[in-house]
Design a binder for this molecule. Structure first.
Ligand code: CP
Length: 305
C-alpha cells in the first residue's frame, strides 16, 4: 500500500483486495455491542473538510473513533480560511498539532495531491472537485461484493452526471482493476471529453443496458456544479435517464440499485426504487464506516507510535 490514498487508480488489485478483506474482518467488530478497537490509540486523524459532506465526514470520524484514534474535525466554515488562510498554511497548522493522517475534501481537483507534498502524515482523499472519491469507490465495491458474491466479470452500469462526478471516475478505475465490466450511461453533454481513455463502455440507451446489469449505480445530478444548460429540463432528464418503477422492472430480479448519496429523489431515482429491498443505499452508508476503518488501519500501520 502507498502511504496516501489519493486515487482509486493508485490501487493495485492486491491493495484493493486487502482493503476489502480487512473491511470484511472489521465488519464483524461493527456487529458487536462494543464496537471499539484499541488499534490506533495515540494516533491523530484530522478531518479537513472545505466542502459540505454528511456521509463521508461522519463516517471518517466514526471510523477513526472506533479504532481509538484522536480525531480533530476541521470545517472551512468558521475557520481562518474565511480570513484568507491558504490550504498549505492550514495544513501545516494542523500538522503542528500532530496529525498522523489528514482526510481532505476540497472543491479543487488535485488538492489532496498538493497536500501530500506538504505534510508528513498520510493523506486520504475524501473527494476533490470533479476528480476522485476513492473511499466511495471502495465502499461501493465492498457493498457490491457482499450482495453479488464477487466482482470478477460482473456488469456494473453507472448512470447520469458523469461529467461532474468524482464517484464515477473512482468507480470506473477501481471496478476495472477488480475485473468488473463497467458501462457508463449519460447524455453526451454530461460525459467528459476524455471519456474515450476511461476503461469502460459508453451507452446512451439506458433501457437497453438495464436487463444486462448486475448493479446499477445512479449518480446525483450536481446542479451546484452546472454553469450551463446540460439538458432541456429536469423532467426530460428524468424521462431519459431516471430510474423509475418501469425501468426498475427491466432489471433482473438479482440486480441491485446503488446511489452514493445525497439523492435527488424523483429526478435521477424514484423514491420507491431508492427504498426497495434491492437498493443498497443505506448499506453503502454503513459500509462506508467499515471501509474507512480498513483504510485508516492499513495506512497508519495499526501500531502505536
Ligand atoms: N457520497 C458522499 O460523498 O456523500 P457526502 O457528500 O454526504 O459525504
Amino acid at each position: 500500500m502507498n502511504r496516501h490514498l489519493i486515487s482509486a487508480g493508485d490501487l493495485a488489485k492486491d491493495d484493493a483486495l486487502l482493503i476489502l478483506d480487512t473491511a470484511e474482518e472489521l465488519a464483524r467488530v461493527s456487529e458487536r455491542s462494543i464496537k471499539k478497537l484499541p488499534t490506533l490509540r495515540g494516533r491523530t486523524v484530522v478531518n479537513l473538510f472545505f466542502e459540505d459532506s454528511t456521509r463521508t465526514r461522519i463516517s471518517f470520524e466514526a471510523a477513526a473513533k472506533r479504532l481509538s484514534a484522536d480525531v480533530i474535525n476541521f470545517s472551512a466554515k468558521g475557520s481562518s480560511v474565511s480570513k484568507g488562510e491558504s490550504l498549505k498554511d492550514t495544513a501545516l497548522t494542523l500538522e503542528a498539532m500532530g496529525a498522523d493522517a489528514v482526510v481532505i475534501r476540497h472543491s479543487a481537483s488535485g488538492a489532496p495531491h498538493r497536500l501530500a507534498n506538504w505534510v508528513h502524515g498520510s493523506v486520504v482523499n475524501a473527494g476533490d472537485g470533479t476528480h476522485e472519491h476513492p473511499t466511495q469507490a471502495l465502499l461501493d465495491a465492498f457493498s457490491m461484493r457482499r450482495r453479488l458474491g464477487g466482482l470478477e466479470g460482473r456488469k456494473v452500469t453507472i448512470v447520469g452526471d458523469v461529467l461532474h462526478s468524482r464517484v464515477a471516475r473512482s468507480n470506473v478505475l477501481l471496478l476495472h482493476t477488480l475485473g468488473a465490466e463497467v458501462t457508463l450511461v449519460a447524455p453526451p453533454t454530461l460525459l467528459p471529453v476524455s471519456i474515450g481513455t476511461w476503461p469502460c463502455e459508453v451507452s446512451y440507451d439506458l433501457d437497453a443496458v438495464l436487463p444486462k446489469s448486475d448493479a446499477v449505480m445512479m449518480l446525483r445530478v450536481q446542479k451546484e456544479r452546472m454553469n450551463a444548460a446540460y439538458f432541456p429540463s429536469e423532467r426530460e432528464y428524468s424521462r431519459r435517464y431516471g430510474l423509475d418503477r418501469e425501468r426498475f422492472a427491466k432489471m433482473t430480479d438479482e440486480a441491485i440499485v446503488m446511489h452514493p448519496g445525497p439523492m435527488n429523489r424523483g429526478m435521477e431515482i424514484a423514491a420507491e426504487v431508492a427504498d426497495s429491498a434491492r437498493s443498497t443505499i443505506v448499506e453503502q452508508v454503513a459500509n462506508g464506516v467499515t471501509i474507512r476503518m480498513a483504510v485508516l488501519y492499513l495506512l497508519l500501520g495499526g501500531e502505536t507510535a
